[in-house]
Design a protein around this ligand. Structure first.
Ligand code: NAD
Length: 283
């Protein structure tokens, strides 16, 4: 039987630490959250992000823009927020409507306020290991591993998924932690053999219950990043929990595993952005 990695509990603990840190700061961290359109899932994420800000003492302001907002209008707003002194982090909820170029939008945010760590400058810094902000979901995974005393050093780490948001940065963070990392994706040959080699398996695929018990090694640490909605409306991960849990040493549930950590890491990045800004002003 695996030990369940409790993302809710770790997230709560991290938020308490952040709250204490914010109370001691000489500036109030501020986050601007931009939502374009009315995608219900995005609306929930944005609501949770704002609630998280309130919980730890971060000032937040939100911009709920209509679906037909033009790219120029969005870029103009970002330009304004780039210069706004009480805003230290800018978050544009993805995905954006099809007529807006996501890359152009991400690139328009000044790297100092890019609390999602998607800007190429921050992506480059993650590559070299000299970073200010870590991408939220992979950082959440690393925080969970550390909390449970799971050290990737010398371990076979297999990441399934190569997206810019999760898979690639996750692989890089595991590498920085001295894991021996394999990245798998939709064109990987014999995925099962790769999975069976993993001491630490991170699934970020977007396919419900894709990883089954016969694909994991006895005693593996199984981290499920996936968030998928079943036909009955229930949330499920990329890992078939029922068949993997008896073989794993540690496993994250969905919901309640990686999910709660992502927003907490966003809050952490916002506090860090404010601290860096305050340090700069004090120089
Ligand atoms: P994505 O669609 O951008 O990437 C999916 C990756 O899975 C791709 O790199 C693809 O090569 C790989 N893949 C697809 N089919 C595969 C197969 N048959 N075998 C091996 N690899 C395969 O998705 P993403 O944005 O990286 O998100 C992945 C999952 O994580 C989704 O379910 C998403 O909802 C979830 N997610 C969760 C959080 C969180 O906070 N927990 C944050 C971001 C994403």
């Amino acid at each position: 039987m695996a030990q369940i990695i409790d993302g809710k509990a770790v997230s709560l603990e991290q938020r308490e630490l952040l709250k204490a840190q914010v109370e001691k700061m000489n500036i109030k961290p501020g986050l601007a959250v931009i939502l374009v359109g009315s995608d219900p899932a995005s609306q929930v994420y944005v609501r949770n992000k704002k609630a998280g800000c309130a919980q730890v003492g971060i000032y937040s302001e939100s911009y709920d823009l209509p679906e037909e907002t033009t790219q120029e209008q969005l870029l103009a707003l970002i330009e304004k927020l780039n210069c706004k002194e009480d805003i230290h982090g800018i978050l544009v909820q993805l995905p954006l409507p099809k007529h807006i170029d996501e890359t152009a939008v991400i690139n328009a945010i000044v790297p100092e306020k890019d609390v999602d760590a998607f800007h190429p400058v921050n992506v480059g810094k993650i590559m070299t290991g000299d970073y200010d902000f870590l991408p939220c979901t992979p950082a959440g995974v690393m925080c969970l591993l550390s909390h449970y005393g799971i050290d990737p050093a010398g371990k076979e780490c297999v990441v399934i998924g190569r997206s810019n948001i999760v898979g690639k940065p996750q692989a890089m963070l595991l590498l920085h932690a001295n894991g021996t990392v394999t990245i798998c994706h939709s064109k990987t040959a014999d995925l099962k053999a790769k999975c069976l080699s993993a001491d630490i398996l991170v699934a970020a695929i977007g396919k419900a219950d894709f990883i089954t018990g016969d694909m994991i090694k006895e005693g593996a640490v199984v981290v499920d990043v996936g968030i998928n909605r079943r036909d009955d409306g229930k949330l499920t991960g990329d890992v078939d929990f029922a068949s993997c849990e008896p073989k794993a040493s540690f496993i994250t549930p969905v919901p309640g595993g990686v999910g709660p950590m992502t927003i907490t890491m966003l809050l952490k990045n916002t506090v860090k952005a404010a601290q860096l800004c305050s340090d700069k002003l004090g120089e």
